[in-house]
Design a protein. Structure first.
Length: 313
């Protein structure tokens, strides 16, 4: 019976509050009874002082006890407020079995689950699920940061745009399953050949973009050659070796450049690589986006930039 009562007190906030209030309210009466039981006289002045002191003591005990019991609610509310403001996870370890302990542990678990789900959704929203590389949205966000940092620190920055050669022929001749394996293999090669701080994304059906911080155009060309050689040496059955190739356009950032400006110039260089026989690398020599746009408009219809959603074969 006593163990059951103890368990009820531990798990019920209501019982705790009622018990504290009951005992605190009756502190003056208990003190008065003890005072009389001690054989003291019932003179008005000492009795009144005793009852006043007992009342103050009982009220103080009651308020402090209630404050101690409900303090975790205030801490929990503050933690939730901070989480809503800046995303700091709610972490509260309250070793209590009553309603407040249950509420705190439940909220902490729910926020942790929500944060895990949000991170998963955020990752999916920023990742190309087929290759595991970033997608265009992710690249746009990271490129803005890297371009601002490069300009602020006076460092070079280059990009590589590569497009798989005759990819439509692979899908038409060998099926989309083979085409998917080619894309997966390309993503793996890109990850293997890059440095830890390089940023790679799939920005189109068979088109990839690589952002190279702290990298000159010469270094970008060397990295492109490493990628080109690795792709040409890779065999994805039933394709023969050498069938899986790509054309490359590379571009260095100029003052005030944004990612669309660089993509346009690199894309035009990519068209030059396609026109010159594919499986090669071409530089975007000019840094004038307007000139690149004018050149693109004069090019044949098949050379329309993949930046504008039309792919080069």
């Amino acid at each position: 019976m006593s163990s059951r009562l103890t368990r009820m007190v531990q798990t019920s906030l209501t019982i705790k509050v009622f018990a504290i209030c009951f005992l605190s309210v009756h502190v003056p009466l208990l003190v008065f009874i003890i005072y009389l039981a001690g054989g003291n006289g019932a003179e008005p002045e000492p009795v009144l002082l005793l009852l006043l002191a007992a009342t103050v003591a009982g009220t103080t005990i009651c308020l402090l006890s209630l404050w101690w019991m409900i303090r975790p609610l205030s801490q929990l509310a503050q933690a939730i407020k901070i989480y809503r403001a800046n995303g700091t996870p709610v972490r509260m370890q309250i070793d209590r079995k009553d309603e407040i302990g249950l509420l705190a542990s439940t909220v902490t678990a729910m926020v942790a689950e929500t944060e895990t789900l949000m991170n998963k959704l955020r990752h999916q929203a920023m990742t190309d699920l087929q290759t595991g590389l970033g997608n265009r949205r992710w690249l746009n966000e990271r490129a803005a940061e890297e371009l601002a940092r490069a300009e602020r620190q006076g460092e070079p920055l280059s990009i590589i745009v590569l497009d798989l050669d005759r990819f439509k022929g692979i899908n038409d001749g060998h099926g989309h399953e083979t085409g998917d394996r080619v894309l997966v293999a390309t993503g793996e090669i890109v990850r293997t050949c890059l440095r830890p701080y390089d940023l790679a994304a799939r920005i189109g059906g068979e088109e990839f973009c690589i952002l190279l911080p702290r990298t000159s155009l010469d270094d970008a060309e060397a990295i492109s050659e490493r990628l080109r050689t690795a792709l040409a040496a890779t065999t994805v059955p039933p394709l023969r070796q050498g069938r899986m190739t790509a054309s490359f356009g590379i571009c260095a950032a100029g003052p005030g450049d944004r990612l669309p400006d660089m993509l346009l110039r690199a894309d035009f260089a990519l068209y030059e690589a396609k026109r010159d026989g594919r499986n090669c690398i071409r530089r975007a020599h000019d840094t004038n986006t307007g000139e690149a746009i004018a050149s693109a408009k004069l090019a044949p219809a098949k050379a329309v930039s993949p930046v504008n959603s039309t792919h080069i074969l």
